[in-house]
Write a protein that binds this ligand. Structure first.
Ligand code: NAD
Ligand code: UDP
Length: 311
């Protein structure tokens, strides 16, 4: 039985990860300040002997004995991370710094949840890990993008200088049950709007693309990365290479949900990336991993989830 710390464990991804780790017989400490996550996400785990919930902000140090750390704490939706951008940067930078210190002291492995946002508005397509990105360092997305880039930089310095075993994953747009209803990201927005009979809000002309990965595929990739041989640090892309325009996504959701919703167009937010698709050759080679769930299958699950939970 391993002692595992999951920061951001009450969030969308963290809750699925905690569930899987607890079901595999580990002892899991879920640490969260509930900035964008909620107790509801992990309600079903409370009381399980392998699960412990701690309210804590990773911008402050935290001491515990652990074998592995999954560092996920950080709001991921543009709406949430831009609401308090200074706190977002502090969470990524100070939070990762504190977790790396903890990993160093306890000799734990640390998996860092980085993001495809480190590639910014990419000029290389699809994006492979050796691409350095095209990021606006002073824009409204930079608290998130540069915070995550600095966190990666810290991981590699702790690895080089202190020998900390780091595992850096770059997660591409991920969706699934337990995304918050008001999360603001595109999949949950479209599904919730369609189910409520409201119009679907496309930002810009809808020609921008994203590649959507279902949550179970991501969790499998995270577990494999944590278990990968010593010395494989990443960064490694985890995403589904299927690429869709936002217009295609909206049409898919409308076709599945039915009802009277229409598509409406709203202004495109500043620095919104025009295209995004992962090159996953490295994950295939090093982790034997590739996604299994198609967008159609995943959307059916999310629609079913929101049908059951929408108030
Ligand atoms: P989320 O917002 O649902 O989860 C983040 C969790 O971190 C929340 O529970 C939040 O309360 C917690 N948190 C935020 N600041 C904190 C702090 N200072 N101290 C302690 N806890 C804090 O988002 P998610 O989609 O589950 O994302 C999880 C991680 O994966 C994030 O690091 C995110 O950057 C990364 N990621 C996610 C995606 C995606 O598509 N979902 C893509 C790329 C990277
Ligand atoms: N988007 C949209 N309508 C929405 C929410 C988002 O058209 O209601 C667009 C957004 O402008 C972006 C894409 O969908 O081009 C993905 O947005 P999301 O916030 O999910 O993720 P990110 O931009 O961080 O990839």
């Amino acid at each position: 039985m391993k002692q595992i710390l999951v920061t951001g464990g009450a969030g969308f991804i963290g809750s699925h990860l905690c569930e899987r780790l607890v079901n595999e017989g580990n002892s899991v400490i879920c640490l969260d300040n509930f900035y964008s996550g909620s107790k509801e996400n992990i309600w079903h785990l409370i009381g399980h002997p392998g699960f412990e919930l701690v309210r804590h902000d990773v911008t402050m140090p935290y001491r515990v004995e652990v074998d592995e750390i999954y560092n996920l704490a950080c709001p991921a939706s543009p709406v949430y991370y831009q609401y308090d951008p200074i706190q977002t940067t502090k969470t990524s930078v100070f939070g990762t710094f504190h977790m790396l210190g903890l990993a160093r002291r306890t000799k734990a492995r640390l998996l860092q949840a980085s993001t495809s946002e480190v590639y910014g508005d990419p000029v290389q397509h699809p994006q492979s890990e050796d691409y350095w990105g095209n990021v606006n360092p002073i824009g409204i997305r930079s608290c998130y993008d540069e915070g995550k880039r600095c966190a990666e930089s810290l991981c590699f310095d702790y690895h080089r200088i202190h020998g900390v075993e780091v595992k850096v994953i770059r997660i591409f747009n991920t969706y699934g049950p337990r995304m918050a209803e008001d999360d603001g990201r595109v999949v949950s927005n479209f599904v919730v709007q369609a189910l409520k009979g409201e119009d679907l809000t496309i930002y810009g002309d809808g020609s921008q693309t994203r590649s959507f990965q279902y949550i179970s595929d991501l969790v499998e990739g995270m577990i494999r990365m944590m278990a990968s041989p010593e010395g494989f640090t990443g960064p490694v892309n985890l995403g589904n290479p299927g690429e869709f325009t936002m217009l295609e996504l909206a049409e898919k959701v409308l076709a599945k949900v039915g009802g009277k919703s229409k598509i409406v167009f709203k202004p495109l937010p500043q620095d919104d990336p025009k295209m995004r698709r992962p090159d996953i050759s490295l994950a295939k080679k090093e982790l034997g991993w590739e996604p299994k769930v198609s967008l159609d299958e995943g959307l059916d699950e999310v629609i079913d989830y929101f049908r059951r939970t929408l108030r």
